[in-house]
Design a protein around this ligand. Structure first.
Ligand code: SF4
Ligand code: SF4
Length: 300
């Protein structure tokens, strides 16, 4: 009990948790945000409530999204996934917990069901269910690409599949999809570069050779600089990635607004030049957008 009292004083009542909590956004009730819940816990300890069960119900109103923990300036709030659960805690004392869910198709670990339901209601058209169960981002993209292929025959889903497999760390599958895409597009030069690069140095070599072939092509015709940057990023080549991202920002690319969200650029997140580029793309909102992108980044 004394331990919890000590922990409660860590909250400096700044209200950051209120400003980012999606439950508060819907209910407008202070008791639904972390600061209010800490006050409720304080009241429980002092036996101020006639209906403790109602208070526990209130305490349980949480999507376990982690926004409060990510924004609490004292660092007292923490959120972590462990032993098949997501746990929100204050200095080690659990405030909320819920079982994680698993993708209906690939069985990848995902957020708790109530959080996924919240996101699904907001994004109904892009959050498909299979057998009434949620599916992960990667499988959802594949399902969307397959549906698109059926509607638009000239669209190639292999490009999307390659993107998804890179993000899942499935390099062999990603390269297979790249090959199919290049075969369909009748791109013998790029295909040869990909295969020779792979023979010389595995998946990273394949991406390096493909990026260099795209650079050669860019000397004669338009090639989206963002695509070149993304390919170099997959090869793990930081300087070249930054150079082509700079060109994408300077000369334009239809993909540029994805820059903060593209997992391929995760390795650049502490590079000052990358942060400057994000500022050039997103302007005054760049910090807020980086924070949102971090929230959607898979937890280690
Ligand atoms: S984890 Fe819960 S309390 Fe914290 S911001 Fe998300 S919904 Fe609100
Ligand atoms: S953000 Fe942290 S310190 Fe600020 S009111 Fe919420 S719990 Fe307290």
């Amino acid at each position: 009990m004394h331990e919890l009292e000590d922990q409660l004083v860590v909250c400096m009542k700044c209200g950051m948790c209120q400003s980012v909590c999606p439950v508060f956004d819907q209910t407008g009730r202070e008791a639904d945000v972390t600061r209010g819940k800490l006050a409720l816990l304080d009241g429980l300890m002092q036996e101020l409530f006639k209906d403790p069960d109602g208070v526990f119900e209130r305490l349980n109103k949480c999507l376990l999204c982690g926004s409060c923990a990510a924004n609490c300036p004292t660092g007292a709030m923490q959120i972590e996934d462990r032993d098949g659960e997501r746990v929100l805690s204050l200095c080690g004392t659990t405030l909320n917990r819920e079982a994680l869910t698993y993708c209906a198709l690939c069985h990848k670990e995902m957020e708790p069901f109530r959080y996924l339901e919240y996101v699904r209601k907001k994004t109904r058209r892009v959050s498909p269910l299979v057998d009434n169960r949620p599916i992960c981002e990667g499988c959802a993209r594949q399902a969307a690409a397959t549906a698109m292929q059926a509607r638009v025959p000239q669209f190639s889903m292999h490009w999307f599949f390659a993107q998804v497999h890179w993000q899942q760390g499935l390099f062999d599958e990603a390269l297979q999809e790249h090959k199919r895409e290049l075969e369909l597009r009748n791109e013998p030069v790029l295909l040869t570069a990909l295969e020779d690069g792979f023979t010389a140095a595995g998946p990273a070599g394949a991406m390096r050779a493909l990026a260099e072939a795209l650079v050669d092509r860019a000397a004669d015709t338009y090639v989206d600089p963002f695509e070149i940057a993304e390919t170099y990023a997959r090869a793990g080549m930081v300087d070249e990635t930054l150079l082509w991202l700079d060109r994408a920002v300077t000369y334009g690319s239809y993909e540029i607004t994805y820059m903060a969200f593209q997992p391929e650029f995760d390795a650049l997140r502490n590079e000052s030049q990358f942060l400057e580029l994000l500022e050039r793309v997103y302007g005054k909102r760049s910090r807020e957008i980086i924070r949102i992108a971090d929230q959607y980044r898979p937890r280690e």
